[in-house]
Write a protein that binds this ligand. Structure first.
Ligand SMILES: C[S@@+](CC[C@H](N)C(=O)[O-])C[C@H]1O[C@@H](n2cnc3c(N)ncnc32)[C@H](O)[C@@H]1O
Length: 221
């Protein structure tokens, strides 16, 4: 019998970086950091609204469309999509504390669906969502190829992918953070992972903060 969802019993232990997201204090303070994150990471004024506009332009949400916000934390992308007209957003995170804050912040937004799960085993059927968005969480996934395959699986054919990530640099700080389980891929590495899963990578922006967009094509090369 074909199973509807992948096996949810993931045995891989959480990285140290992932564990820090389990603390209620991290969740409560998360958006304070997030609002300034891209300015700090890119070294130029980068207002959150500019990032959200880029993401919304890539996804073009309209009524009735369903999205997955992978590693949603407190639901920033999910709220932006719902506010722009999306019908439903599955907001997935492994941290109950993050999802608790996300639920509180999303009160009044219809169509917000929290999912406590791991990105390596998304509890949604195949070809279920019109778009997948990943805001910074790509740097936290210890098994990126597994996650890329999962994103491909749950997207409808023609569905759109948006990823914002912190690009690899020579900084000592990145080497130290890697020790906690964070990863800092080069743009080419990320694009390779997506192509291997079947995505057509159709847009990118290089820089300390990188952006990639892709589309689910159904003929795998
Ligand atoms: C950098 S935050 C990203 C926040 C959010 N996407 C945003 O744009 O503000 C990473 C989030 O991904 C979650 N996360 C990390 N690894 C995960 C995994 N393997 N499965 C599900 N969630 C994960 C963490 O709990 C954390 O809340």
């Amino acid at each position: 019998m074909r199973t509807l969802f992948p096996d949810q019993r993931i045995k891989a232990p959480l990285t140290l970086a992932a564990r820090t997201n389990l603390f209620p204090l991290t969740a409560l303070g998360y958006e304070l950091w997030r609002r300034r994150a891209l300015t700090l990471l890119s070294g130029r004024p980068f207002p959150l609204q500019e990032e959200l506009n880029l993401m919304l332009k890539a996804q073009e949400p309209v009524a009735g469309m369903h999205f997955l916000d992978l590693g949603t934390s407190t639901g920033l992308y999910a709220r932006a999509l719902l506010g722009a007209g999306a019908g439903r957003v599955y907001a997935l995170d492994l941290s109950p504390a993050m999802l608790k804050v996300a639920l509180w912040k999303a009160r009044g937004y219809e169509g917000f669906v929290p999912l406590l799960a791991r990105a390596e085993a998304i509890p949604l059927p195949e070809a279920w969502v019109d778009g997948v968005v990943v805001g910074g969480s790509w740097n936290e996934f210890p098994q990126p190829q597994v996650v890329a395959d999962e994103m491909y699986r749950v997207l409808k054919p023609g569905g759109r992918l948006w990823i914002m990530f912190s690009h690899r640099s020579d900084s000592l700080l990145q080497r130290v953070l890697e020790w906690t389980g964070l990863r800092f891929p080069a743009l080419s590495e990320l694009m390779d992972s997506l192509s291997k899963s079947g995505f057509k990578v159709d847009g990118w922006r290089e820089g300390s903060v990188g952006f990639v967009t892709g589309t689910k094509v159904t003929t795998r090369g």
